[in-house]
Design a protein around this ligand. Structure first.
Ligand SMILES: Cc1ncc(COP(=O)(O)O)c(C=O)c1O
Length: 382
């Protein structure tokens, strides 16, 4: 209970309606035997129609989908993949899973996303691919990125996990990559508890990812051929019908879910507009942001994100800090040999002072009042 006598305010939370309950209940009842992949197939088809890629492969997490994407590139140990230093760890970890090198670059102060110039600056003879992340419901300057990647023959992996539903010049996030990836984990705009998707228009890449996602096994055609035969060593990255049923119900409500996020951002903005030098969520002219998470930068208040989190925790508000720079964390130490705070100053500053406001899909106006009241108090602003 918080001091208002109500619940703790979580950092995130899904929107579950009768539509989700009905479809999941149906999947629990009949999603077996001949219908063992029925909801997975339905979701895959509807997602493919939504995003406009020919081939979509559902996976148990987006991390698995990124791993599969890296595997399809057949990278060698000297090969490099450029990744923004400011992102969730899963955008970069699979580069290391496959034995290649992540090259961690700074982001743009206006969009908080990777830029064409950072990519261009970091290209070497070993660069094979770039992971471009549509961060926190926002998107980068895609035209410039496409241009530099095409000129340098770089494969584009678009991590649209956080960007789903956003648009750059009218084009949906996740429609720019040679391979694009999505996450449906519990915090995401549309969610299924856990889940991911790999999308591409390249049939060979899709076939290769699909084979690897199921222990290197291809189903016999027309019942002829060998069952349970691995052509190559693979992984078990399949999804469940029940999760797919949940994701399907959510996908059918995607516009409503985006509208809620935009509404929430607007409500935060209304209440916090009087706070001097506080900018909520970065935005740029060409992007229709979903505001999947409303963020704030406490730079001008010189309050570190960890301290701010503790201050709000005391009032039972769960305010999550922004990511740490990947380059600051032990698993990436072997891939950096410079002072990364000097090398990627924007990322380090965002990380020091960036926080995410509660973004659950079930916040009331009272909750938002309560959050903003304590937010301002913590900053010493009335
Ligand atoms: C940018 C980004 N990439 C990848 C992932 C990984 O998604 P999953 O949790 O489905 O593996 C996430 C999830 O938090 C993410 O935010």
């Amino acid at each position: 209970m918080n001091e208002k006598g109500s619940r703790r305010i979580p950092s995130a939370g899904p929107s579950i309606t009768q539509a989700e309950i009905d479809l999941v209940s149906q999947a629990i009842k009949d999603g077996w035997g001949p219908k063992m992949s029925y909801y997975i197939d339905e979701f895959t088809e509807e997602f493919s129609n939504y995003i406009g890629y020919k081939y979509c492969l559902p996976t148990s997490h987006c991390t698995d989908a990124i791993h599969l994407a890296m595997l399809t590139l057949n990278l060698n140990p000297e090969d490099e993949v450029i990744v923004p230093d400011m992102t969730w760890v899963a955008s970069a970890a699979p580069v290391i899973y496959v034995g290649a090198k992540p090259v961690l670059v700074d982001v743009d102060p206006d969009s908080w996303c990777i830029t064409a110039s950072q990519i261009e600056k970091s290209i070497t003879k070993n660069t094979k691919a770039v992971v471009v992340v549509d961060l926190l419901g926002n998107m980068p300057e895609w035209d410039e990125i496409l241009d530099v990647c095409r000129k340098n023959n770089l494969f584009i992996i678009e991590d649209a996990s956080e960007g789903i539903g956003a648009k750059y010049k009218g084009n949906l996030a996740g429609t720019f990559g040679d391979i694009s990836l999505f996450s449906f984990n519990a915090t995401k705009l549309i969610m299924s508890g856990q889940g991911g998707m790999l999308c591409t228009n390249n049939q060979d890449l899709y076939n290769s990812a699909k084979l690897m996602s199921h222990h290197g096994m291809d189903k016999p055609k027309d019942g002829k051929g060998k069952y349970y035969w691995s052509d190559v060593l693979g992984f078990n990255y399949g999804w469940t019908n029940i999760q797919a049923a949940l994701a399907l119900a959510q996908l059918r409500r995607i516009n409503e879910l985006i509208e809620y996020k935009k509404w929430l951002f607007g409500e935060y903005q209304k209440r916090l507009s009087t706070v001097p030098n506080l900018k909520l969520s970065p935005s740029t002219d060409n992007v229709d942001h979903t505001y999947w998470i409303t963020t704030a930068l406490l730079k001008d208040y010189r309050i570190k994100k960890e301290d701010f989190k503790v201050m709000l925790d005391e009032h039972t508000i769960d305010m999550r800090p922004l990511f740490y720079p990947l380059s600051a964390m032990p698993p990436f130490k072997n891939y950096v040999n410079k002072n990364m705070r000097d090398e990627n100053p924007i990322t380090y500053e965002l990380s020091d002072y960036g926080i995410c406001l509660p973004n659950g899909n079930n916040l009331s106006e009272d909750d938002i009042d309560y959050i903003c009241y304590h937010f301002k108090n913590a900053l010493g602003v009335s």
